[in-house]
Ligand binder design. Structure first.
Ligand code: C2O
Ligand code: CU
Length: 475
């Protein structure tokens, strides 16, 4: 809406022979396109239970969790003036967008955090269609846990919905995991809990979909729907199943894949998956979205009620999403090799690592709040892990020598998963966040085609804060 009205306004002006003097962050009517980070409340628990004080994004009116869905078409621009109404500094990261470095929101590497009462103008193009999200990138372990996350949907330029074999509509499902007290309030003061951080991270006790506890969605019999699923939890890996719905994976982290059938979808924090589901043909069944929370617990996060008039479906095979032509081609023959070794955490620890330029043993590291390291450096924000020339292919062999899985996220680039434990990956999925199991080695590669300073970190935000953090430079 913004860009369209802006474009017609600008065209109107130039038709009059005037230079378009439109301020960057304005709508055609002169109002600011804002994104407020603010305090709010949300009904995270079932109706009748107390509401929860949250930190939330808002465009108009009160803040909501998740934040308002921002939608643009591929190639279009997002412009938002962040207004910080929180009691803490903040910054917004547009997760997965191959963005201009200055707009990446990766405080303090690409911008200073925005203080209380301050503003920052985000203005960037979304080159790639797909399911993305935005979230706080300052004290994110606390700020994302308090609710600062929302969906960012980049639509295909050519329509897919409604074509033979495609879905007829889509739903965005933002999955979250909250740690709440019995009175509904967020468990405070455990942001720096090193015990949790040295294990699987800060696990919640309340699952939500789109900010609601066990919401119901209705599907018509035989209806085919595209689910855009986003895991915004700080630390919880969600193995998701949709028993009773026939599920076909069509995209991962925004990138289309050749449609493949799915029993369980393992969604790590920050990962997204687009799933096409077929509702059963009869209207009596109710089915659930189930998350496996470990130790045999299957938690129902949402329900799907099959009701209403059956849909006449055209074409049985799921139609692939339109292919995406904007990624540069890997040149593995001349690639720069960058091993990334992950160590630390409970059970195994590590002998020593460098933290803030000083070498120290594991006990000393933990006394500084550090439990993890990348290539022997804990929370390496000083020097880059490596530098790459613009256009060079970078191949990273990422080895997990710890006892826990990690979801590694590379900023500003999309990488191809080449192999797992030396076995070539049959799918060669393109992603921005990859889950690496204990003792697993995953080989990824990308073309370093985006100049600037880019973070690499574990997206279990407790792990990120306690050491699994570094950056690289492209120039
Ligand atoms: Cu989703 Cu560095 O972040
Ligand atoms: Cu991790």
């Amino acid at each position: 809406m913004t860009s369209l009205s802006r474009r017609s306004f600008v065209t109107g002006l130039s038709a009059l022979g005037a230079a378009p003097l439109l301020p960057k962050h304005s709508h055609a009517d002169g109002t600011q396109a804002v994104l407020r980070a603010t305090t709010s409340t949300a009904q995270l628990t079932p109706e009748g239970f107390p509401r929860t004080d949250v930190w939330a994004y808002a465009q108009k009116g009160a803040g909501s969790v998740p934040g308002p869905e921002i939608r643009v078409k591929a190639g279009e621009r997002v412009t938002r003036r962040l207004l910080n109404e929180l009691p803490q500094s903040t910054a917004v990261h547009w997760h997965g967008i191959r963005i201009d470095n200055a707009m990446d929101g990766a405080a303090p590497l690409t911008q200073d955090p925005v203080p209380t009462g301050g503003t920052f103008d985000y203005d960037f193009v979304c080159p790639d269609p797909g399911t993305y999200w935005y979230h706080s990138h300052n004290r994110s372990r606390e700020q994302v846990a308090r609710g600062l996350a929302g969906p960012l949907i980049v639509e295909d330029v050519e329509p897919w919905l409604g074509l033979p074999g495609a879905a007829t509509r889509e739903l965005t499902l933002v999955l979250d995991d909250w740690l709440l007290n019995e009175d509904g309030s967020i468990v405070e003061g455990r942001w720096d809990d090193l015990h949790a951080a040295a294990h699987a991270g800060r696990m919640g006790n309340t699952g939500t979909v789109n900010g609601q506890s066990f919401p119901g969605f209705s599907l018509r019999p035989a209806e085919r729907v595209r689910l855009r699923m986003i895991n915004v939890a700080t630390d919880r890996i969600m193995p998701i199943s949709l028993p009773g719905l026939s599920s076909t994976l069509v995209a991962l982290d925004g990138h289309p894949v050749a449609p493949r059938k799915l029993e369980v979808l393992e969604l790590a924090p920050a990962q997204r998956a687009d799933i096409v589901v077929d509702a059963p043909v009869t209207s009596t069944e109710m089915t659930n979205l189930v998350v496996d929370t470990g130790r045999g617990n299957q938690v129902e996060f949402a329900s799907f009620n099959i009701e209403g008039e059956p849909v006449q479906r055209s074409g049985e095979d799921v139609r692939p999403l339109p292919s995406w032509k904007t990624l540069p081609t890997l040149d593995l023959a001349t690639a720069q090799n960058q091993p990334l070794l992950m160590e630390g955490g409970a059970m195994r620890g590590m002998v020593e690592a460098t933290y803030q330029g000083e070498k120290m043993d594991f006990r000393e590291l933990t006394s500084r709040g550090m439990a993890w390291a990348f290539n022997g450096v804990a929370h390496g924000m000083g020097e880059p892990m490596f530098e790459a020339r613009l256009g060079r292919t970078v191949r990273m062999e990422v080895t997990n020598r710890s006892a826990f899985p990690h979801g590694i996220h590379v900023h500003g680039h999309h990488f191809t998963v080449l192999s797992r434990n030396s076995v070539p990956d049959p799918h060669k999925d393109v992603r921005d966040t990859v889950l690496i199991q204990a003792d697993e080695t995953v080989e990824i590669a990308f073309v370093a085609d985006n100049p600037g300073k880019w973070m690499i970190h574990c997206h279990m935000l407790s792990h990120q804060a306690s050491g699994m953090m570094g950056w690289f430079k492209v120039n």
